[in-house]
Design a protein around this ligand. Sequence first.
Ligand code: PLP
Length: 380
Amino acid sequence: MPYCDHNATAPLRPEAREAVERALSLTGNPSSVHAGGRAARAMVEEARDAVARLAGAKSESVIFTSGATEANALALWGAVEATMDAGKPITRLLVSAIEHKSVLKTADAIAERVAGIRLEIVPVTADGVVDIEALTTSLQNEGRALVAVMAANNETGVVQPIDEISRLCRAAGALLLVDAVTAAGKISLDAGLCDYLSLSGHKLGAPQGVGALIVSDAAPLVPQLVGGGQQKGLRAGTENLSGIAGFGAAAKAALSNDEKRTRLAALRDGFERALKEALPEAAILGANAPRLSNTSNVALPGLAAENMVIALDLDGVMVSSGSSCSSGKIAASHVLAAMGKGDLSSIRVSFGWNSSRDDADAVVASLVKLWQRARPRAAA
Ligand code: PLP
């Protein structure tokens, strides 16, 4: 069955499955001193090295978490709490309008619960790129800021200018959180550009329920889970050994070489060309901005995303509408709304490590079939 929903979750990579199985056959808590514990510890540290390489970071800066939702919460709450009683407390959260809900809702909760902190939403352009002028202006206002901008958007694939944002944040003395969940393995990452960087294993072909926060040396952080003192006391709890081993193996496999990137880009570009040829009415959102090579956000005039997703599903083709974490309950996309395209309804087609030409062709064929059936009503 054609699976074109890699931005929601990627199929388990064979390398990850093998690492998970190896981990599951071990008996030992990574904190135990005996041989079993040492073997488990070695696996955790091997994975830490691989994840660090993927993020362009040092191994010591990787904190394993239950996923990117936890990593984002740890960064935001951890930074706010750590600076609360310091000379320069964070008083403003500058969050891009297209962030994942795990960032937006956590920032919202912080602003609601912590006196003296306010949330400011940073707009994006019609192409879905963070509005640098607006961010520059906001950064000039009084009060220390914590900025959150993702490396690439999960709905449109639009890549954000993190280099430039990093320079602006540094100049203003602001902290920067980069959610690199969708970008990881598709473009090079440089954790040195930010203070916090979040990753999720399952978007790379690792099992679900494992992720990481990369924290730079100088970044303030108060742990949110305390207890056994694991991971240098920054995230207590016995490590999810099999998940972490799978994450490490997936990170290693995902570290893109040019050949893999070219293959994926050719697949996605070929898909968009075939779609536009068959259905000139189709709009590809974010296509004027730099995009990840695996994502297409497609709108057909008059067709609701929900109907497209269901029609494709009936043909055995899996895609999603809007962000993965809201699938099941298809709501209007806050990302399209931020791009001033709130009246559009679109689907996200996202390819990945095992996608083929047949998968891409199946999406086009199914959309053409749907359009022929629904066009008279859509045009009415
Ligand atoms: N950030 C982005 C951009 C995502 O797409 C997702 C998941 O959809 C998350 C964060 C949350 O990741 P996790 O599922 O690991 O909690």
